[in-house]
Design a protein around this ligand. Structure first.
Ligand SMILES: C[S@@+](CC[C@H](N)C(=O)[O-])C[C@H]1O[C@@H](n2cnc3c(N)ncnc32)[C@H](O)[C@@H]1O
Length: 321
């Protein structure tokens, strides 16, 4: 990430107290544009001008922790060429991580009623192995990959291999996802027939009651940090790629590149699942709509090229192409 930006950005905004900004820290328009550029370059996320107050709210505590008194100083720290650790922390702070178990239930019903049975039929006719590999490409705090693992556990025959790769940009979210433990109030999000895969744990110490995923679900999922905007796709092929409720934060160019990379690792008979707000209309000629928000890959049109791969994620042991 490089510095540089609009004229006037060199001068820190004067620290004047304003209503809603009790500590007097202000972010000038010029400094906002610097952050906007850095966030876009490093994560593909486009923050429109009206998101300036949101950005200030999300970063203010970090400035306080670091004892900095201007956003420009913080920008300089974030964009240091010799140390990207503060960039990682800032991206943790600026991403929106909202998620829940069994989100987009119509899509999950389709998975249960049609997509998984189609894979089973193909395996019955020896056209594919008895195995499902899935990639949750923006897994947040883990509710989505554990939902998927519960579906695969309950709707595929016992002898099938099930593998879920769960990735996210946010290290903070990945840490929570790996813990596989959530506040007990989230139990209500899990339909009764899947609850046997989640155990309620009594509160210990000052903590609260939690729900924890079963060992068999945990064993199915592997977590990695992965940046959809900059990193090469995880080594496929994947039968299912879930990239839900994240593409809407990207600008058109970034979104197109990400979708092309995801399609490049989708198995021939695989499915790409996006969120209802992630419009893919007209984005890539290889996208074939199977159901609302569910896509398969049609043949690449003549002359179209593959996106250039960057450094790949390391394939785990036993992960044969
Ligand atoms: C709104 S949450 C959606 C979580 C889940 N997919 C769902 O639908 O419930 C968006 C997630 O995308 C992640 N994200 C944002 N930009 C990303 C990027 N460039 N690469 C990978 N993940 C990203 C965020 O950290 C966040 O956890």
């Amino acid at each position: 990430v490089t510095a540089g930006g609009p004229p006037g950005a060199d001068q820190p905004a004067p620290a004047r107290a304003r209503p809603g900004q009790p500590d007097g820290l202000e972010m000038s328009e010029a400094v906002f544009k610097l952050f906007q550029g850095a966030i876009h370059r490093s994560a593909g996320i486009y923050l429109a001008e009206h998101k300036r107050a949101l950005l200030v709210r999300r970063l203010r505590g970090r400035l306080r922790t670091l004892g900095l008194d201007s956003y420009l100083d913080y920008y300089r720290l974030v964009t240091r060429r010799d140390d990207s650790s503060e960039l990682v922390t800032m991206l943790d702070l600026v991403t929106t991580n909202e998620t829940r178990f069994f989100r987009e239930s119509l899509q999950l019903d389709l998975l249960e009623r049609e997509l998984l049975p189609a894979l089973q039929r193909a395996a019955g006719e020896r056209r594919r192995p008895r195995r499902v590999r899935a990639w949750c490409a923006a897994c947040s705090s883990g509710e989505e990959p554990f939902t998927l693992a519960a579906l695969l556990a309950c709707h595929l025959p016992a002898e099938w291999r099930r593998e879920v790769l769960a990735t996210d940009l946010s290290t903070r979210m990945l840490e929570r996802a790996r813990r596989a433990s959530w506040p007990v109030r989230q139990l209500a999000q899990i339909p009764a027939r899947y609850r046997s895969e989640f155990a309620v744990r009594p509160a210990c110490g000052d903590g609260q009651e939690t729900i924890e995923a079963s060992a068999r679900l945990r064993a199915m999922i592997r977590f990695e940090r992965h940046n959809l905007h900059l990193d090469a796709p995880a080594p496929g092929p994947f039968d299912l790629v879930l990239c839900r409720n994240v593409l809407m934060y990207f600008d058109l160019v970034a979104k197109r590149q990400v979708v092309a990379r995801l399609l490049s690792v989708l198995a021939d008979d695989g499915y790409l699942l996006v969120g209802h707000a992630d419009s893919l209309s007209g984005l890539d000629p290889r996208l074939r709509l199977v159901a609302p928000t569910v896509y398969a890959r049609s043949e690449r049109p003549a002359g179209a090229s593959e996106p250039a791969p960057a450094e790949p994620l390391a394939a785990p042991p036993g992960w044969e192409p």
